[in-house]
Write a protein that binds this ligand. Structure first.
Ligand code: NAG
Ligand code: NAG
Ligand code: NAG
Ligand code: NAG
Ligand code: NAG
Ligand code: NAG
Length: 477
């Protein structure tokens, strides 16, 4: 057929009216009629297609019903699988403006009956119009609230034939729990899973379940998003092309990249673990057992170790954190402990853990320090003794020289007295002797002074002090 049958149904279904008017509960339901003329079957009136005006007979036979002509009893009936609260009924007549004298007037004065539980009539409508209508609109009074499951349309006694091109019955039915749609064929996606959605719209009082959006809660989140209102984003660490996760839970469909915690894959592996699903333990050789969440490479190594997994000790000549320190050049062969840097042995002339102490060349051996101290003490004592002896010697010599001088002095006095004595005995006279003694004494005193002077000159040459000075000068020369 050239036309689009949905164009007739869609506008009321998708508009806000839908909720007030309900959905077409007649669509595809069971039908029957008093008898069928040719192939104008009863179900043609619930196929959702009212046909288009002035269609050729060949098309009408496929979209309208027709009871055999001139039968006293002409009726059509529809039985709803789910009883519905019916608000309004639309009946499409044959619409043939080019054939005004035929056909459309067969519906004049029809009767419509609504039943609950198949047989209990709750509502009757009789067409009051004197002329044929293209579309009849039957409004069910608001005080009719019983669920209706059967509707029967009968021709008037005056009409030879009952013909219907479409019967829309707008109402609201209760779909089975968790279903909605014209045929209750769709699953509700309500946030509250116990709750039933609106049968006509699929909307939910509690809002849409995680993973679904739209007025009908029927549109899944677009790829890469999930959750309530689809406002969350799949982890970029989902394995594969990323952005592929469950629309409701966000669990990555293909698992996580190595280094992330399943199933959301948002967070890095917990401390001390790494790899696919964080199932691997970091090497115990890593400092504090910490490693890279993807590769397992240690974050840091303990002192004295190196390598991605801290499984190598420092190379020769190196030690310390990161093995970036050189062993001391005073270590023998520059070899030291890879952790502490303590020398294995020292080079000659060095000692201490790091061979940082220099040993004096004269002293050797383990107790060189003690020898040095003893040597210093003994040397000092000896020096003091020697100096003392020297001092004592010179003091002694000085004293001896002085006593020799005194003797010389005594000897000279003795000689002088002897000369004076001999001079007195030679003069003999008392007068002269009274005068002379003074001159003699004066001359004697003068002579003594000359003697003394001579004596002191010779003393100057052989003086004990000057010889001491010479001695000291000679010693220190
Ligand atoms: C349809 O109506 C005819 C005539 O009354 C009846 O014989 C037939 O059993 C009915 N079919 C169904 C499925 O009810
Ligand atoms: C519905 O209301 C109409 C009048 O508006 C009345 O005639 C009819 O009896 C009422 N039907 C029921 C079932 O109450
Ligand atoms: C997302 O994952 C599912 C399940 O593994 C797979 O069938 C689908 O092809 C993936 N989509 C993309 C875009 O990779
Ligand atoms: C990782 O360590 C835990 C305990 O620390 C142990 O139970 C588990 O078996 C280890 N896993 C592997 C793969 O070695
Ligand atoms: C270690 O020695 C090398 C040369 O042997 C030198 O280039 C380097 O700077 C030294 N490193 C340190 C930390 O002293
Ligand atoms: C280094 O010292 C150790 C003892 O501390 C000794 O056994 C070893 O022979 C020494 N090595 C050399 C080369 O002197």
């Amino acid at each position: 057929m050239a036309h689009d049958k949905s164009s007739i149904l869609q506008p009321p279904l998708l508009s806000g009216f839908l909720f007030l008017l309900g959905r077409n509960v007649a669509l595809g339901q069971s039908t029957n009629q008093s008898d069928t003329f040719q192939n104008w079957y009863s179900h043609n009136a619930v196929d959702g297609d009212p046909g288009i005006p002035d269609s050729p007979i060949s098309e009408l036979t496929q979209t309208c019903t027709h009871t055999p002509p001139d039968t006293p009893d002409g009726w059509w009936t529809v039985m709803l699988s789910n009883a519905a609260a019916v608000f309004r009924i639309l009946i499409y007549n044959r619409r043939e403006p080019s054939r005004p004298v035929c056909c459309a007037d067969r519906l004049i004065g029809f009767t419509l009956e609504a039943f609950k539980q198949t047989t209990t009539k709750v509502f009757t409508y009789t067409d009051p119009n004197p002329t044929a209508q293209s579309i009849y609109t039957v409004i069910v009074p608001a005080n009719i609230t019983d669920p209706i499951d059967t509707i029967k349309i009968s021709k008037s006694d005056a009409s030879p034939i009952l013909t219907l091109c479409e019967v829309f019955i707008f109402g609201e039915t209760a779909c089975p729990s968790g279903k909605f749609g014209l045929e209750c064929e769709r699953d509700c996606n309500c946030a509250d899973r116990q709750e039933n959605c609106f049968v006509s719209t699929g909307g939910c009082p509690s809002g849409c379940a995680a993973g679904y959006t739209g007025e009908d809660c029927y549109t899944p989140c677009s790829e890469g998003s999930y959750g309530v209102d689809c406002d969350r984003t799949c982890s970029e660490h989902c394995k594969g092309n990323g952005n592929n996760c469950s629309i409701d839970t966000g669990h990555c469909t293909g698992g996580c990249e190595a280094g992330y915690i399943p199933p959301l894959c948002d967070d890095q592996c917990p401390e001390k673990t790494f790899g696919q699903d964080c199932k691997e333990n970091c090497s115990s050789a890593c400092l504090d057992g910490l490693c890279h969440h993807k590769t397992g490479v240690c974050d840091r190594c303990p002192i004295g170790y190196i390598g991605d997994f801290c499984d190598q000790v420092c190379s020769l000549y190196m030690f310390g954190e990161g093995c970036n320190q050189n062993c001391s050049i005073h270590c023998l062969d520059q070899l030291c402990n890879h952790q502490t840097g303590i020398c294995d042995n020292c080079t000659m002339g060095r000692k201490g853990e790091y061979c940082e102490v220099e040993i004096f060349a004269a002293q050797s051996g383990e107790d060189g320090d003690d020898t040095a101290v003893i040597g210093a003490v003994v040397g000092t004592i000896l020096g003091v003794i020697i100096v003392t002896i020297i001092v004592i010697f010179f003091v002694w010599r000085h004293r001896r020289n002085r006593s020799e001088d005194n003797q010389n002095l005594k000897q000279s006095w003795t000689k002088k007295r002897n000369r004076e004595t001999s001079a007195k005995t030679k003069s003999g006279s008392s007068s002269a002797s009274t005068l002379r003694p003074a001159a003699e004494a004066k001359a004697g005193r003068l002579g003594q002074r000359k003697e003394e002077h001579k004596q002191s000159d010779s003393e100057a040459q052989s003086s004990p002090m000057s010889s001491t000075r010479l001695e000291i000068a000679r010693r220190f020369r």
